[in-house]
Design a protein around this ligand. Structure first.
Ligand code: 0X9
Ligand code: ZN
Length: 418
């Protein structure tokens, strides 16, 4: 499965794209990303962001949180003047240079799938090839699956594998990655579980007990767009009548408590635009219907939606900070154990708790829907590395450590779920 190593985030958008000829790649050369500590100065920081037309990486500035702000070269002077006196540091001195470094894709020409795949990021075509190559190495207990099509007709592709009981019998474990296009993903978990099936009794036990369905890129149109045009694209590529802005946030579009206000934007230009109606994104509709079918056919034990960044391991709900998930006590205990297991690998600290109180209110997110409508026994969402040194543009050297520590968290769940 994949593990997504991704990243993500939100807010309004991207001044970068404003006056560029259609389809030309957005340049972030000379852009800086600042991390500003916001205490009581929320209004001040919000006003700076608005007045200068800046985008932020993790939502609107909030009290008691860092705000990661993207500043074009033309606004650097005005921005640094405006934040004088605030506690701020530079995350990216030159975002364009950081993206260029990250995007040095290794050529992929695998005959036999191996761990060097995780040493760099890859093109979408190579991800599809890699999934197919991994599957071809285990023809007896795996298959390539699709959960439907994106708006632009790309198949939402995953790998399904199973153990000694045969295909489609045991309860499912389903992972989604890269719903937010800029949160690039990694397929380490599928690789690890499949390649160690014959050599590890523990892993054989997991794969014999559950059917795994790993979808590394559930927003293929958005992911492709991050590679062709704008590295920091988040949403899908859907138009909205009455607006020139593109994209619906798939993680605000799921048909459960979608109408609740305050956890998404109704502005088609915002990074967290919820859509004009629930489930109006074809990706949401396809994934929701696919999940219901799996649940009906074989049961759904565990669902995890992987994002980045912030190092969090979260539980339902996002739509309300007072609603409590039916299994909350057990979910918190599992999240706590997963976080400890993650830390034990490379010392990386994750926090855990319900989405709304841990990060912010988010309506129409996958986790709330899967928990309450599909009915997964266990439902989580994680924000992987880092906490704001690199944010969405994480050096490739951190793919493998991010992935193997996240696997330790998943392993804890697989060992401890009832
Ligand atoms: O805003 C979001 O959708 C998530 N953060 S992100 O920066 N990755 O965009 C937080 C919402 C929590 N819900 C899920 N991650 N499913
Ligand atoms: Zn995300």
């Amino acid at each position: 499965m994949k593990l997504v190593l991704g990243l993500a985030a939100l807010l309004t958008v991207a001044s970068a794209a404003v006056s560029r000829p259609k389809d030309q790649k957005v340049s972030y050369d000379g852009y800086k990303v600042y991390r500003v500590a916001v205490a009581h100065e929320v209004n001040k920081v919000n006003n700076i962001v608005k007045d200068l037309g800046l985008s932020t990486w993790k939502g609107a500035p909030r009290a008691g949180a860092f705000s990661d702000i993207v500043v074009p070269p033309t606004q650097v002077d005005a921005f640094t003047k405006a934040i004088a006196g605030l506690d701020a540091e530079v995350m990216h001195e030159d975002l364009g240079a950081s993206i260029a470094e990250e995007s040095t894709f290794q050529t992929y020409a695998a005959t036999s799938v191996n761990a060097t795949w995780f040493n760099s990021y890859h093109t979408y075509a190579d991800h599809l090839q890699w999934i197919s190559d991994l599957q071809a190495q285990y023809p007896g207990n795996s298959e390539v699956v699709t959960a439907g099509k994106s708006l632009n007709g790309n198949a939402i592709t995953g790998i399904h594998f199973w153990g000694s009981a045969g295909k489609g019998v045991k309860p499912a474990v389903v992972f989604h990655g890269t719903v937010h296009a800029r949160e690039w993903t990694v397929e380490y978990m599928a690789y690890n579980l499949l390649t160690s099936y014959n050599s590890s009794t523990e892993i054989k036990g997991f794969v014999d007990k559950y059917d795994f369905y790993m979808f590394p890129v559930v927003n293929p149109d958005g992911f492709i767009y991050t590679q062709t045009t704008n590295r920091l694209w988040r949403k899908n590529r859907q138009s909205t009548s009455g607006s020139t802005c593109v994209g619906h946030d798939i993680n605000r579009n799921w048909p459960f408590q979608w109408s609740v206000t305050g956890g998404a934007s109704t502005d088609p230009c915002a990074e967290d635009f919820k859509g004009l109606a629930q489930s109006d994104a074809p990706e949401t509709t396809a994934l929701a219907s696919w999940l219901k079918t799996v649940k009906a056919n074989q049961g759904l034990k565990l669902f995890i939606d992987w994002h980045s960044y912030s190092q969090l391991f979260m539980t339902p709900y996002g739509y309300s900070c007072t609603a409590v998930a039916a299994k909350n006590t057990e979910l918190q205990a599992l999240a706590k154990g997963a976080v400890a297991a993650i830390k034990a690998v490379h010392g990386t600290s994750y926090s855990y708790g319900p989405i709304c109180t841990t990060i912010y209110k988010a309506t129409g997110s996958s986790v709330d829907y899967v928990n309450d409508v599909v009915g997964s026994d266990y439902t989580f969402t994680s924000e992987l590395r880092d906490t704001g040194t690199y944010g969405f543009v994480l050096p490739a050297s951190q793919i493998l450590p991010t992935a193997d520590e996240a696997y330790a968290g998943v392993r804890y769940l697989l060992l401890n779920m009832k």
